[in-house]
Design a protein around this ligand. Sequence first.
Ligand code: PRX
Length: 670
Amino acid sequence: MNEAADTSIESTLSENRVFPPMGTGRLKGATWRIDSMAEYERLHARSISEPESFWSEVASELHWFEPWDSVLSGEMPDSRWFDGAKTNVCFNCVDRQVQSGHGGDTAIIWESEPLENGVPETKLITYKDLQRETSKFANVLKSMGVKKGDVVTIYMGMVPELAVAVLACARIGAPHSVIFGGFSAQSIADRVHDASSTLIVTCDGLHRRGKVVPLKENVDSAINELSEGPTPQVITLKRCHNEITHHDGRDHDWHDLMAAASDDCPCEPMEAEDTLFLLYTSGSTGKPKGIQHTTAGYMVFTYLTSKLSFNLVPDAGQVYWCTADIGWITGHSYILHGILPNRVPTIMYEGAPNSPDESRFWSIIERHQVTQFYTAPTAIRAFMKWGDEHPNKHDLSSLQVLGTVGEPINPEAWMWYRRIIGGEQCPVVDTYWQTETGGHMITPLPGATPTTPGSCTRPTLGIDAAVVHADGTECAPNEGGILVIRKPWPGMLRGVYGDRDRYIDTYWSTISIDGKPVYTAGDSARLDNSGNLWIMGRIDDVINVSGHRIGTMEVESALVSHVSVVEAAVVGVPHEIKGTALAAFVTLGQGFEPGDALIDALKAHVAKEIGSFAKPDQIRFAEALPKTRSGKIMRRLLRDIAAGVENTNQDTTTLEDLSVVAKLRESQEG
Ligand code: PRX
């Protein structure tokens, strides 16, 4: 338990506007899949008391090569779902739709960032196209020696071939490890090494706000950083036609390989608990964790949550759009794996929301008649700042459901989203979940749940969420505590790749109830008097910047690895758009001078070590960091200093040297 978690957590937000669920006016003939709280409560109660019959009914909507012997077996944290069954995620996303006569339907709508003569390039990819392309790329993977169980690293921009690569891996049972295109060479190297991956699939570059990010060059540098193990093979797709270096024997051209590949590759029947993918996420210690998800449970869970949280209905003219990048869990679960089995077209947009201008997203919604729109609070705050004139220029009346994810949404942003984007006609679903949970854990259901801005409301079906004290007893209403999940759910992570101890320590050792471990999410929360849940923030040293978790330790290690720095502390400070930004306090070694040039160099160094999104907004130089007598850095005091709080109420009686604080306040802001 860390110091933040065992003191009581105070809630400062008091918000009591309630919006009843919407009518069906915008649904174009479709209905709400769950249309009353009574129905939600009945289903939820059943999903908790009879998980086996509940989940087996959901699972029977999907395709299985062989049925399961048991729905749920084993004890947390080693629960197993659908043991004995054989299935394939790519089959359920793609082949199942072709077999049922929908091969010609649109599976993916792709739109380019660059415009030509003022218009973007658009590609409509059918299930049949996806079946052919994933089969071909699966054969390419096989020809490169990839076997079931081998981890394939994918580091690409948001191009259709990224979806093809991910699904092709699932087709042959090779776990995919997708790395977000914003990560640096060092981060790629760490992930490739940790997963012992021998193949990297990449692009020459990716388009971002009119510039080209040189992905292949980053992969080349990553491979240079790898000191041990075999040199990975690299397959490169040409997207931006920027110059790349070719290494004989190592580099392969996507297009040449695909031209020669057969389009016949049946889906591999996978064991229910075979690994589907690894996705690396920051932890509170330096090393990223390879979160491991398996096949059947993840598939069933993301299928159901996609269907219910967004009210997906095939053949009802819906077009679904999630603006996340497939490099994050949101893109895995809610662009591809959970959406495609629901047979509603899913949009993949290549670029930035402000390219060529701030109305890009709204023009996409209008052009494609988007019905479900899923984005992040940090984006919504940016839209608010850019001004209502951008959305107001476009017809957004196709929208039916609005979603948010990634961090707590402030009520003002929630209200703006509902009013300006939804025209007061669309429910806002604030979906709380994590990389580790695979899919939505707490969220309103759009046709059933009354919503209150800032609250993610109720647990999804099958989720037994509670807010507890450190000893496992439940908190009283409105008393902040630790969010736990008391029962296994199909989408739960099954491990941290190659690190059993870290899996147990991080998620299953903090709290036990009735002598049994329960899942701790690392977030604090409260339950209000009406039964709604509110997320209050992280309880570990992980900071949520623009909806992305960044481990402060990781940034500190990156700073300390710079020749000039001897000690660093990184804390979060409130930020208008990002929600929270990083502020770093650094102590320099002998002979190094503070100054703007060094601030720039340190920021560039963090970008090189981790990625630009982890660059601190502020860097301050300190002769010493405030420490307790036992040597612990006083982070809460630093947070106050970074946020400009004049009269900190933090207890400084244990501070080793009081003058440190005064000096820090005088220190230059970066
Ligand atoms: O702190 C919570 C916050 O994001 C964390 C999970 O981050 P990540 O694994 O990167 O996944 C982000 C996308 C699922 C959580 O522990 N978080 C996510 N969604 C919400 C949220 N906090 C409040 N409200 C949310 N809706």
